[in-house]
Structure formats: C-alpha cells, structure tokens
Design a protein. Structure first.
Length: 327
C-alpha cells in the first residue's frame, strides 16, 4: 500500500541560479535527482503554480509543490537490533546511536542496521520515507538522531533541516592545538576520484558551514564543540581535515597517526587503539512537529571518548612545565 503527500517548499536564496532538479535533489535528499526529474516531467512538480522543466533556472523564493507517493520499503525486514531510545511519542523517536551501527540498509549492510531495529520496534515506520530517519550519522559516529513516525512529522522535520532550524551540537577530539574557535565556510561535494569520499570542492560544491569552539586544549590535541549550520555527508570530518586538524581515529580523512613527543605507553596505546572517528552528536533541538514547542535532548560522551579525554588530560598534567615553557 502506498501513501501520498504534497511537499511545499520555498526555494532558499542561496540556491538562486541552480537548475530546478539540482535544487530539489539538495532540498529533498530522500529521492534521487533522476526520480525528481521524472516527477517534474510527469507534472507532479509545480513552480509558482505552473508546470516546469528540470532545467528551469531558479531566482530564489519560488514556491514549489511536489506530489510524492511513498512506496513501502518491502525489502527491509524487522530485526531485534538493540536501540537506545532516549525519548518517544506519537510523532518522533529520539535515538542515542552507538558506534558501529549502520543507519540504513545498503550494499554490504542489508541487515543489522538501525532501520531494521526501528521496524522491529514499530513496523508502521515502513510507510514513512527511509523508515522515518530524518538525518544520518556515520557508522562510527555516536549520539543523537531523530526519527519521524508519521509523514507529517517527517515533512516538517525535513523542512526544518532545510531552513537550518535544527540545533545539532557535536563534540570531537582533533589533532593539533587550536588557539581559538571559528567558522569553516567551504563548499563540499563528492571526491572526483574516490567516490566514497567527500571533499571541499570550490567548483560545483554545495554550501557547507561548520562552527566550532575550543572546550579543552591538550599538548597536541584539542577537544571541540561543533555546531552544524548545514548537514553535508562527512561534513565535520572533511572540514576539520581541510583546516589541518583532522579528527582523532578518522581512518578516511585523518592521515597518519601523530604522537606528542615523550608520549607515555598509555597515551600511545590509546591513540593507536582508537579505531573510530572521535565524534559524538551530543545535543539535538528543534520545534516539535506536533506541539510546536521547542524541545531539546543531550547525551553524555560515550565511554571510549571519555577515556580518550582522560588520558590526554593526564598527559597534559605530566608535561605541564614543558607546555608552559612552550606557550
């Protein structure tokens, strides 16, 4: 059984100059650009109330309506995958995702994902796009994400994300000592050679903005709070690597392991053994799609990141005199 809805979108000013199909692919990431092109040609998309073409150029602030028909993902199966549910009501579920859990079934991960566990918890999610997942976390990133239980909640939350009106606060540990916070405003896109990777792309990239501030400095590392204004794939990992402060444990964007001079065996073992990116979605806030109230959740750092910070702090104390002389 399929279920339909009409998405109403106002084109944000930063997409002025783009083709209609390109803009919709960015604004409605649940559907491929090819599918959106088919819908435009079939008359299921209107631009300011008129029929349109995929290649139509946008000026910004146009009103778009997209008639969407959702097909249940019948290939997805319910499985007893443990899920840490922080909160749930009739409209949303808030999940605290552990490291190692893939969010969506895909190539090489058909089972054992968060979606499989969610369908076991509430099989009605099969009728919602992506089983209600509104935004993703990488397999080895921990922390909070929201699941929409209804089409209406999903639509509203996606629109909030598009309007950059969802608070997403992360904590991470990066290589190198950062003296101050700042903002990274660098467009991103698919890597031209390594197609599973993302990168800063000056030409053809999509807007990507990351804000960060320093929480704690160590001898050769920094604990950061990071806030996302946009939500590109691998955004924090790519942006941190771009400014030469890659995330500890990031095997894709992190480069070679860097050890502070005179490191203890404990610190060496910790840094060599930290086998995932040290990135945690610590805080999530938005306007509740049913009540209209501002809601927010936070979860503490996972044990492995707490242990990493403890060992870095111990190393800093043991070399305090040398650090003071350096600064």
């Amino acid at each position: 059984m399929s279920e339909s809805e009409t998405l109403q979108i106002v084109i944000p000013p930063h997409l002025a100059g783009q083709r209609l199909d390109q803009a919709l692919a960015e604004l409605i990431p649940d559907y491929s650009r090819a599918r959106l092109q088919q819908w435009i040609k079939a008359g299921r998309v209107t631009l300011n109330g008129e029929n349109c073409r995929p290649r139509d150029k946008l000026r910004g602030n146009e009103k778009i309506e997209v008639r969407v028909e959702h097909e249940p993902q019948t290939a997805w199966v319910a499985e007893d995958v443990p899920i840490d549910i922080v909160y749930e009501d009739e409209a949303i579920i808030i999940i605290n995702k552990p490291a190692g859990l893939v969010v969506h079934p895909g190539t090489g991960n058909h089972t054992g994902t968060l979606v499989n566990g969610l369908l076991n918890h509430d099989f009605k999610l099969i009728e919602v796009p992506r089983a209600g997942i509104v935004h993703r976390l990488d397999k080895d990133t921990t922390g909070l994400l929201v699941v929409a239980r209804t089409l209406a909640a999903h639509t509203q939350l996606v629109e909030r994300l598009q309007a950059r009106d969802v608070k997403r606060e992360y904590e991470t540990v990066v290589n190198g000592v950062m003296t101050a916070g700042g903002t990274i405003d660098e467009p991103m896109g698919r890597h031209p050679v390594h197609r599973t990777r993302m990168g800063v792309r000056v030409s053809g990239g999509k807007t990507a903005i990351t804000h960060y501030r320093v929480k704690t400095r160590f001898r050769a590392h920094t604990h950061l709070q990071v806030n996302l204004e946009t939500g590109r794939t691998h955004q924090i990992r790519v942006h941190m690597a771009h400014i030469r402060h890659s995330i500890v444990g990031d095997s894709v964007y992190g480069g070679r392991l860097r050890l502070p001079p005179k490191s203890s065996e404990e610190l060496i073992a910790m840094l060599r053994g930290f086998s995932r990116q040290a990135l945690h979605a610590a805080r999530l806030g938005f306007v509740h799609p049913s009540t209209g109230e501002e809601v927010e959740w936070s979860v503490p750092l996972p044990e492995d990141m707490q242990n990493l910070l403890a060992v870095l702090a111990k190393d800093y104390r043991e070399h305090q005199d040398e650090v003071d002389d350096y600064y």
